[in-house]
Design a binder for this molecule. Structure first.
Ligand code: XIL
Length: 387
């Protein structure tokens, strides 16, 4: 890379107040958000940023709503950690994406090593979904109902749900979810859909199965755990998103990070990372039904990547001291360049707009419309990676 280009980029890294969520809303997205976890409050600058709605208008709990956290023993539900996050979102007037209900990982052993028949598994799934969604009813803009049900080659991942119920577990999960909270958006969520067309088509198959059963499904979440040097082009990413919007669904980037390997990162890998973040965010801006973007943590000190992918890291928009990186600058710039160019979510037909009780209406953004509210006011890690 040319030194002058890097110097210009570094010089243009804006102050932390550059307002990702505010810029995203101006660009017609519903939110720019982040995963949050219990460790956040131990890092004061990080915590302050995470509570700043100008930057983050949406939260996803990193672990607190998973099965092992919410129903560690059969029929015993606990929500203390997740409640703390949801209450933070409500206090900050942020949107909640809730995550996740039916997933092979972070399952308590009573589920993963139980021996289940069709009927007993149906009952276990229904009890779990209705309790957890019931507890958070009308507080979640969206739920990741089924997570990571596909192998990278597009076949169904062998998990306790598939074993007991075959592919009928997809429609069943969404049916139980729709019954538990009819006002939330129900998503299928997975990783590497961006990389492997055969896997992306597997998700199309799942969507069609659910639709054919006459059960609601509203969106596909693309996790977007990417690797520098391997991120597809903006147009390629747009093509993948459109596979789902052409089925009448919303799409969202739900767990974005772009990891660097090898470490330490340097000016050239940070610059490449900035460009790749820009392509991903740009592809969402290119697709009218791309709802928003969630990063899976925004600071390198808080990322799950180094633990899960040894030798990789520095995957976030902010560095270990919560200082903005070139990727922060490129994301801010691409969002700013789309200002006023997309139809804002708040002025889309109601069928496309969120039904939620926790909507960021107070973000200090220049937007003439507001999100329409409904009548109510509103381990073991899964990613196998392509690295
Ligand atoms: C990760 C968490 O961030 C880690 O803290 C945990 O140890 C493992 O799970 N796909 C998902 C997320 O859907 O729930 C995962 O979160 C990352 C991959």
């Amino acid at each position: 890379m040319k030194i002058a280009t890097l110097a210009a980029l570094v010089a243009s890294v804006p102050a932390v107040s550059a307002q990702l969520h505010a810029l995203a809303k101006n660009a017609g997205l519903l939110y720019f958000g982040t995963a949050v976890g219990p460790g956040d409050s131990r890092d004061a600058p990080y915590y302050a940023l995470s509570n700043d709605i100008k930057n983050f208008g949406q939260y996803t709990p990193d672990n607190a709503q998973k099965w092992d956290a919410t129903e560690p023993q059969r029929g015993r539900f606990q929500y203390t950690q997740a409640d703390a996050i949801v209450n933070r979102a409500i206090a900050n007037k942020m949107i909640m994406r809730c995550h996740t209900l039916v997933w092979y990982s972070q399952l308590p052993s009573w589920v993963s090593s139980g021996s289940w028949t069709k009927d007993t598994m149906t009952s276990v799934m229904q009890t779990h979904i209705s309790n957890v969604m019931g507890h958070f009813k009308s507080k979640c803009y969206a739920w990741d109902v089924v997570n990571e049900a596909l192998e990278d080659n597009g076949t169904y991942r062998n998990n306790p749900f598939l074993k007991a119920l075959g592919d009928s577990y997809f429609a069943l999960s969404f049916k139980f979810a729709a019954a538990a909270d009819p006002d939330t958006k129900l998503y299928y969520n997975d990783y590497n859909l961006e990389y492997f067309p055969v896997k992306a088509d597997g998700a199309v198959r799942i969507v069609k199965l659910v639709q054919a059963a006459g059960v609601p499904i509203h969106g596909v979440g693309l996790q977007a755990h990417m690797t520098v040097g391997r991120t597809p082009s903006r147009s390629n990413l747009t093509w993948t998103l459109e596979k789902y919007t052409s089925l009448g669904l919303d799409v969202a980037y739900t767990e974005l990070d772009v990891r660097i390997k090898p470490l330490p990162s340097n000016s050239s890998s940070l610059q490449a990372q900035a460009k790749e973040y820009e392509a991903i965010v740009g592809s969402c801006l290119d697709v009218p039904r791309c709802v928003g973007i969630t990063v899976w943590g925004f600071g390198d000190a808080h990322s799950w990547i180094p633990q899960t992918f040894p030798g990789a890291g520095d995957s976030c928009l902010f560095d270990k001291n919560s200082k903005p990186k070139p990727a922060f600058s490129s994301v801010s710039a691409i969002l700013a360049s789309a200002s006023g160019k997309r139809v804002p979510w708040g002025s889309k037909p109601t069928s496309l707009v969120s039904a939620t009780s926790v909507v960021a209406t107070s973000a200090p953004v220049v937007q003439t419309t507001v999100v329409m509210l409904p009548s109510k006011t509103s381990t073991k890690v899964a990613v196998t990676s392509v690295a």
